[in-house]
Write a protein that binds this ligand. Structure first.
Ligand SMILES: Cc1cc2nc3c(=O)[nH]c(=O)nc-3n(C[C@H](O)[C@H](O)[C@H](O)COP(=O)(O)OP(=O)(O)OC[C@H]3O[C@@H](n4cnc5c(N)ncnc54)[C@H](O)[C@@H]3O)c2cc1C
Length: 482
């Protein structure tokens, strides 16, 4: 025993020493570079990147590698947030396995020792004619523009849908999902009406693409591996999770073999998969589809994305969701100096003509290509058209379950689960976050899921509104039933 304690003490002391040494010597040696607005304006080549997500950041990193020797070039990244949101990890916030802080990577960390600059500002308007971008911090002109502004979940304007469907795109959405599951379970615990209890314990997910199936699996996982431990009576209750998709199969853009496997895994977990139908309306107590009415109190939305308003405003050819149609070089036709990448663009593979999916993987690949294309252009060399090659397809399907499509192979179960974790650990651009993630995973495996309710800003605001309304009619907010 004493031997082990000594070993643990030695490892801890070593880690603390290494951390202190790295913070003092490693991190600080790679200083930040930060130029003035004048320096940007006077540069011979001004490259403006809008968005510091997967696409924007990979463009900046590629340009940094390629343009190191060119002093007359300035690269400016503009984003309203100070960090990059690593969306694939949002599932692990939702199922209580990691802290919400660990899904974001501070942009300033990347800037250290690199040659691109960062402006923290809202992008208000893009003026393609005058080659300038209006931001909350003033106007920035450009010689090359890279639009990488991503997308957000679009909930269709159908009866009751916008009022009742909960989207899933941000860390607050992940916390809200947890809160809503806890609220639903508590409400089911309170009621004695069996019909009402069943509707509280029915969770509907709109959309059977990647996000929809992963969302359904995560709800199942959080209930079974997290909440049910604290609500043992629920283990025998009939919890219902229903995925509704318009296509005839789940994951319609994947190989049929992968779709069938995912369908099988979901049904094995007890998740109901309803394909070939659409959700047409929602109310506080039910979700209507083209085929049936599902009594349910909670509806999550994971179908369809839309480009940001600032992109939709551009008078250039767009797809139905506002994404900009680009040529084989990811440029806007008629504007050779403007590239659009990631979810804000609507590209096709230059050889196969196949549509390129709106994924983090594709956005990073496109960003890397654009960084290279700009340097080739600058040195007068020919630029090849963009070709998309996928590294594979991973889906996390809950507790030690997943599906991985790697070239001609499809694997599932614990192997896919481990591959998923390994892939996103490797792809996470920050060493600090990687270490924190591994610690979070280990802690959740040992200590269990976090089932605390951290209320989001919107929920607190909603509560304040209710309290104010009740105070006005002379009712104490503490009088609310329950
Ligand atoms: C829950 C979830 C899970 C996902 N899982 C996966 C996965 O496992 N694998 C995968 O490949 N893809 C996954 N995706 C998809 C992936 O997140 C997107 O395809 C990817 O983020 C697109 O990259 P992007 O660079 O286009 O945009 P983003 O990464 O979204 O970056 C856009 C940036 O633009 C900024 N911005 C937008 N508008 C403005 C403005 N007006 N002013 C200033 N800044 C602005 C934003 O702050 C943001 O930083 C997932 C998505 C979700 C929601």
């Amino acid at each position: 025993m004493r031997k082990y304690l000594n070993l643990i003490a030695a490892i801890t002391a070593g880690a603390v020493f290494a951390g202190k040494y790295w913070r003092r010597h490693g991190k600080n040696q790679r200083i930040h570079v930060s130029e003035t607005e004048d320096a940007y304006r006077q540069a011979r080549l001004r490259i403006l990147i809008l968005g510091s997500g997967f696409g924007g950041l990979s463009t900046a990193l590629r340009l940094d590698r390629e343009l190191r020797q060119q002093d007359m070039c300035s690269v400016l990244v503009v984003d309203r947030d100070n960090d990059m949101l690593f969306t694939p990890l949002l599932w692990l916030v939702a199922n209580g396995r990691i802290s919400p802080n660990n899904v974001v990577v501070p942009i300033r960390d990347f800037q250290r020792g690199r040659r691109f600059h960062v402006l923290h500002a809202e992008i208000e308007r893009i003026d393609l004619q005058h080659k300038e971008v209006h931001t909350s911090a003033g106007i920035r002109p450009y010689d090359r523009l890279v639009i990488a502004l991503g997308s957000s979940t679009s909930v269709p304007d159908l009866p009751g849908l916008r009022a009742h469907a909960i989207p899933f795109y941000t860390p607050s959405d992940a916390l809200l999902l947890r809160n809503r599951l806890v609220d639903a379970v508590e409400a089911a615990h309170r009621t004695i009406d069996p019909f009402e209890r069943q509707s509280w314990l029915t969770f509907v997910v709109g959309g059977a693409g990647d996000t929809g199936v992963e969302l359904a699996a995560i709800i199942h996982d959080y209930l079974h591996a997290g909440l049910f431990r604290e609500y043992p009576w629920l283990i025998d209750a009939s919890v219902r999770i229903v995925v509704v998709g318009r296509s005839e199969r789940v994951l319609p853009t994947s190989k049929p073999q992968t779709s069938n496997l995912v369908h099988f895994v979901l049904e094995q977990e007890g998740i109901t998969v309803l394909t070939g139908r659409s959700i047409t309306a929602a109310s506080e107590k039910a979700v209507e589809t083209t085929h049936e009415t599902i009594p349910a109190r909670t509806l999550f939305w994971a179908a369809g994305i839309t480009a940001p308003e600032v992109v939709r405003q551009l008078a250039v050819p767009q797809a139905r969701n506002g994404a900009i149609k680009v040529d084989n070089f990811l440029r806007i036709p008629g504007y050779p100096e403007v590239y659009v990448i990631g979810d804000s663009s609507w590209p096709y593979d230059s050889t196969t003509g196949a549509p390129i999916p709106a994924t983090a993987q594709a956005a990073s690949h496109q960003g890397d290509y654009v960084g290279k294309a700009i340097t080739l252009e600058e040195s007068g060399k020919p630029v090849p058209a963009f070709r998309y090659t996928t590294l594979g397809h991973l889906a996390l399907l809950g507790h030690y379950k997943g599906v991985a499509e790697l070239g001609p192979w499809t694997v599932d179960g614990v192997v896919a689960f481990l591959l998923w974790h390994l892939a996103y650990l490797v792809r996470n651009p920050s060493w600090v976050k990687r270490i924190r993630l591994v610690i979070d995973w280990a802690l959740s495996a040992i200590l269990g899921r976090d089932i605390g309710q951290l209320r989001t800003e919107a929920e607190v605001y909603e509560r304040t509104k209710v309290a104010t309304r009740e105070a006005r009619v002379g009712k104490s907010p503490l009088d609310r039933g329950g």
